[in-house]
Write a protein that binds this ligand. Sequence first.
Ligand SMILES: *[C@@H]1O[C@H](CO)[C@@H](O)[C@H](O)[C@H]1NC(C)=O
Ligand SMILES: *[C@@H]1O[C@H](CO)[C@@H](O)[C@H](O)[C@H]1NC(C)=O
Ligand SMILES: *[C@@H]1O[C@H](CO)[C@@H](O)[C@H](O)[C@H]1NC(C)=O
Ligand SMILES: *[C@@H]1O[C@H](CO)[C@@H](O)[C@H](O)[C@H]1NC(C)=O
Ligand SMILES: *[C@@H]1O[C@H](CO)[C@@H](O)[C@H](O)[C@H]1NC(C)=O
Length: 946
Amino acid sequence: MAGKHCLLLLALVWCSHAVFNRPYEIKLQNNEYTDVLVAIHKDIPEDPRIIDRLKEIFTEASQHLYVATNNRTYIKEVKILIPNTWSKTSEYLPAGTETFERANIRVDVPNPLYEDNPYVQQKGGCGEAGDYMHLTPKYVVDKEYGEYNWGSYGKTIVHEWAHLRWGLFDEYGFDDPLGGSYPHFYVSTSMGIQPVRCSAYTAGASQHAVTGNRCQVDPATGLPEDDCRFYPHFSENRATGSYMFMQFLATVTSFCHSDPEGDPLSYHNREAPNKHNSVCGGQSAWDVMNKHEDFAGGANPPRAVNSTDPNFILLQKSDFFRIVLVLDVSGSMDGEPILLLSQVATRFIRNTVSFGSSVGVVTFSSTASIRHPVVSVNSDAVRNDLIAAIPTSARGGTCIGCGLRKGIEALEATGPPQGGVILLITDGEETDSPHISDVIPELLRKEIIVDTVAISQNADAKLESLAEETGGLSFFSGNGDSIALDNAFTATFEETGESTGVNLLSEEQTISGRQTYANHLYVDNSVGENTTFSFSWLDGLRPTVRMVTPLDLVITEGHSMYDVTSDTITIEIPATATPGKWTYNITNNGPDNQDITIIATSNPVKDNEPIKVTAQVSTVSLDYSSSQLAAQKIYAPVRRGYLPVIGAVVKVLITKPPDGQVEEITLLDNGAGADAVKNDGIYSRYFFNFTADGRYGVSVMADNTKGEAEYIVINRARSNGALPMNPGTGYINGGNVHREPLEQFQRMTTGGVFEVQGVPSGGVNTDMLPPSRVDDLKVMEVSYASSSVMLSWTALGDDFDQGGPAHYFEVRYGRHFGQLADNFHGSASINHSQVLQGSLTSPPEPGSAQTIVILVPDRGDNVTFVFAVRMCDEADNCGDPSNIVSANLEYIPEPEIFTEASRDLYVATNNRTFFKEVKILIPNTWTKKPEYLPAGTKTFERANVR
Ligand SMILES: *[C@@H]1O[C@H](CO)[C@@H](O)[C@H](O)[C@H]1NC(C)=O
Ligand SMILES: *[C@@H]1O[C@H](CO)[C@@H](O)[C@H](O)[C@H]1NC(C)=O
Ligand SMILES: *[C@@H]1O[C@H](CO)[C@@H](O)[C@H](O)[C@H]1NC(C)=O
Ligand SMILES: *[C@@H]1O[C@H](CO)[C@@H](O)[C@H](O)[C@H]1NC(C)=O
Ligand SMILES: *[C@@H]1O[C@H](CO)[C@@H](O)[C@H](O)[C@H]1NC(C)=O
């Protein structure tokens, strides 16, 4: 039954670039960071100045890093990966496991959201490493421009390093055109209106970013108007922290800390409602760093060094991708497994391997042999020879080490083995020596990547760690799951960025005897080049396929595009496939059930960024016994180039042990729970419904079935990223960002495999799991007139971010920030009678916005309230208290717009005119006051300004 269920869910499944990227592992030992990988994208025109400048920038950054971490770390070794599109010189060593996709620091064309702003792609929570730092060629090369905008390169890189390495967040307010903004000002319970800053000693003045005028306070928020910014004083500023705030100030040389004995000038300001405090629960930068393995327990104590200069290693990728298929032909593979493997490997060689790549075939059982040496695939004849070498029968023991050794031998026969890939596929545990562990040192020394596919729960437990250690990927395909196996082959090929192919559709169907199965797929206009559909079967009579294109052309048996072999029908659409709905019918011509695998691949249309889906999990192995609250986070970025696709329907299918049951979860991009940033195109969710120990396979589908998907289009707008020195530069005109609806598209990708151990028998008891912590609490509006405050946040689920709405929530408040921060439970809580709008007891569905208007007990001068919330389930498991927000309840008169305007008019007309008299007509629906004169002939309709 379980197997059937799986097939049903896998019906209509689309694929795309299936890359499960894990960043290159930066090492820290004895205060020295090594293996820092900087990679230049292959489309960046050759410019040796980029390399020279990278050396200068990282030398400078290392020096500042040493000081900023109190002599505890610096950068000892940087690898610069030069693309193979640049000229070759003997100075460059051959690249091994280094790829652009895995680089810690990318030099690439600008992300339109950030332009030349350096930034770090962060999708995790507090203390979780970022994915990569992105620098543009212009930023790297044009020193004058870079320093003018962002100040010292070395210090800017240290700021970004803190995002990348230690999972810190910005301590300044910023405007995010996609909705994840943080305020520039707040009201402190002890000091009134304050700029958001760390430390509070950072001196400066506030002014309107466009007009340069004094800022006015907005009565609706009790805070300075939207365009107000804090301008730091560049000279005589005393603040020594923080790097996460304004690292470009000359005196700033450290991160904020919370040590009362430490330097007061970099003391953490936990009251500022910036992203760092919201996400990290008010912890200082050093509080978070001290929990990171780099510094935890006093690791890497201060050490005097003679020089902080890094060594630079220049690497270049080889022109051709080399892969050896190392296939298990031991006895347990006999029958369907080996036939399936043979079919998928054949499809891989026929359709996926691009012209000029090199492929070889090795098989192993108790011993191993090279079935076909590594050769360059440069003709159909070569493809056919390789296909002929794919095994179709199996017997004997399992010596995985033998297979690996033969794989190395096959790679070495063609030149230096560095960067070569072994794709190891096996279903069993190793029985004969040499073992995997015997061969690992050689693989590491020779810098060979091993990707592994476990094709049963029983496959050797060391496969995933073998892949991890050698920088490879690992996959799991349950018994008979040809889709997962196919995805694994494709992902392996795509991981190095060699392939432009987009795997469109993956579908496996069981069709009853003499029945016809009908389905369709959408080809969107970002792909369509050289589109190929293949229909494969393992047994039974040859089925018939009938396909109808969006232009109503029928393709079926006898058509020139319809190609038939003994186990596969291929339909190849020359040039560009018409975007739209492609329907297909498959007829089983035999009397018995027949399993058919349907795969469609395509390529991006020229000069068009395809929509891509990738998938990642937060950890590849999870020990449930060590923490009863362990959960996996699953992420799926859906993007077009660097720009996010929002509003897509993104689902993850998790194949669970022991029997391959499939659980489906919808991922969200709403900035709540597991999702760190709203609308960044990275969809996330927790997964914790573990049923048993073993391998969990992850695949992700994205489509636009709701018709709400949009692509963000930007004309000159800058989101966050490094803070420019002039606050006016970062000023965003919201009109520059707009959204374009997307047509129907569908994608699927594999997120690889993760392993879980220590699951209690009977599975996880979700009653123990609390809702997640709210970290996006905001004050939407403050009203002096009604003594009320409107709060809003994203609702969470009963268990973390899912499982139905939470049962209830608590809002607590006070007049002193410290009291609420240190003693949430002892602070006053909002009761039902204070709720003017909304309800305390019926939280909405997880992921939706929750808004509540509450009455506060006081208002007037110096009246400031702070608030925090937490959500609870019916078993009274509650999330941690949220971020803390404040509301200013003083009386703020309407802004004196006309007084200011009159002054400006006077100046603008060279002292020739100004407003001497302005009549304000107040509607009769407002309270009558003795100071209002009767209106006479004045009406709203005749007003000059309404
Ligand atoms: C760091 O090293 C410098 C000399 O390189 C020294 O002056 C300074 O006191 C050291 N700081 C710490 C915190 O050890
Ligand atoms: C620093 O330099 C001195 C003199 O050149 C040398 O004796 C010492 O070993 C060096 N120390 C380190 C840690 O490299
Ligand atoms: C499409 O196929 C043609 C002919 O085989 C080939 O020349 C072209 O490079 C292919 N285009 C892409 C994007 O792969
Ligand atoms: C598929 O079969 C159904 C029912 O037999 C038919 O209505 C439909 O037109 C067929 N579609 C194609 C593409 O042949
Ligand atoms: C959790 O897993 C069990 C066993 O696979 C399944 O029956 C149940 O429906 C899952 N719960 C949810 C909320 O999906």
